[in-house]
Design a protein around this ligand. Structure first.
Ligand code: ADP
Length: 304
């Protein structure tokens, strides 16, 4: 008996349903997904993502860091994982790399070899790769999944927002200059359109802590991130100063907040996660009195 088009469609549909259920059951074990966004490259988005993840882990939370920057993954370098490769676990899922007992990492850069890096990823391929990451990584139970996506509001952050669904939050990274600020407006509008809650804006490279006298020198105009947060009615998570130690730790592959714990920048990272932890706690206690949880919503989405 030959297969008809309708047989093929049915197989496709049931495969899609199965994948949606697998994704939903994986996401059920993840408390809060947080996308780290920036309007443009070079503002320190990956640095902030890695150090926020590390600060949340230091606050005792179970954290996964997922790098979906398909064209320029930099998390492996920042965390000293260059040359390592992800492998399957006993069940065939992707096993993350454990940085310490609270932090595990998966990056597209830990899967690609040089030949594959030349691949031109187009929209639907990106969506499928990201879905596979979200569905197939064996994180275990996580309080937070921090996702580093490429700059801008392109396919990758869009895919994550669509796949994770209603419960995802975003942290927007900017530098203090006006030109960067106008890019952030676009990131915040992107979040609003996709119903991603903006957990807050971080102003990175904001002033320089003088290595000699310890005084803060404001090289560029500062405070733009905070003004914008007020104007757009989203929380401001703080200013991370320029710190030569961040470049050195990025090059040496040790997350900054771990290698230079007692510095103004490391303290700023630790302070930036406080409002995130507070918002999440409030949200969870509201959810428990409000009824259907994020998880229920995801199940509904998977069943549709
Ligand atoms: P993006 O992900 O936005 O492209 P990166 O996180 O890769 O940016 O950072 C770009 C460069 O800036 C890196 O060399 C990084 O070490 C450096 N950097 C980021 N934030 C700071 C900071 N607060 N102080 C000093 N250097 C920083």
């Amino acid at each position: 008996m030959s297969h008809t088009d309708s047989d093929t469609h049915q197989v496709d549909d049931s495969q899609r349903e199965l994948e949606a259920l697998e994704l939903a059951s994986r996401m059920e074990r993840i408390g809060r997904t947080m996308l780290v966004l920036s309007g443009k490259g070079g503002v320190g988005k990956s640095t902030v993502a890695a150090n926020l993840a590390m600060s949340l882990a230091q606050a005792g939370k179970k954290v996964g860091l997922l790098d979906v920057d398909l064209h320029g993954p930099s998390i492996p370098t920042i965390l000293g994982l260059d040359g390592q490769r992800l492998g399957p676990d006993a069940t065939g899922d992707i096993a993350p790399i454990h940085i310490n007992e609270n932090l595990s990492v998966v990056s597209v850069g830990l899967l690609l070899d040089r030949a594959a890096e030349a691949v031109i990823w187009r929209g639907p391929m990106k969506y499928n790769v990201i879905r596979q990451f979200l569905k197939d990584v064996q994180w275990g139970r996580l309080d937070y999944l921090v996702v580093d996506s490429p700059p801008g509001t392109g396919d990758e952050p869009l895919a994550v927002a669509q796949l994770v669904g209603k419960g995802a939050w975003a942290v927007v990274v900017t530098t203090p200059q006006d030109v960067a600020i106008s890019d952030v407006r676009r990131s915040v509008s992107f979040c609003k359109t996709l119903h991603l809650r903006v957990a807050g804006i971080i102003e990175n490279m904001s002033g320089l802590v003088c290595p000699h006298c310890g005084q803060q020198v404001d090289l560029f105009k500062v405070g733009g991130g905070e003004r914008l947060a007020t104007e757009m009615d989203v929380p401001f998570l703080g200013r991370i100063p320029l710190d030569p130690g961040i470049v050195a730790s990025g090059d040496s592959g040790k997350p900054f907040v771990e290698s230079v714990a007692d510095s103004p920048a490391a303290r700023a990272f630790a302070a930036a996660v406080e409002p995130i932890l507070d918002q999440n706690e409030q949200d969870e206690s509201l959810d428990s009195v409000r009824g259907p949880s994020v998880t229920d919503t995801r199940k509904e989405q998977a069943e549709q």
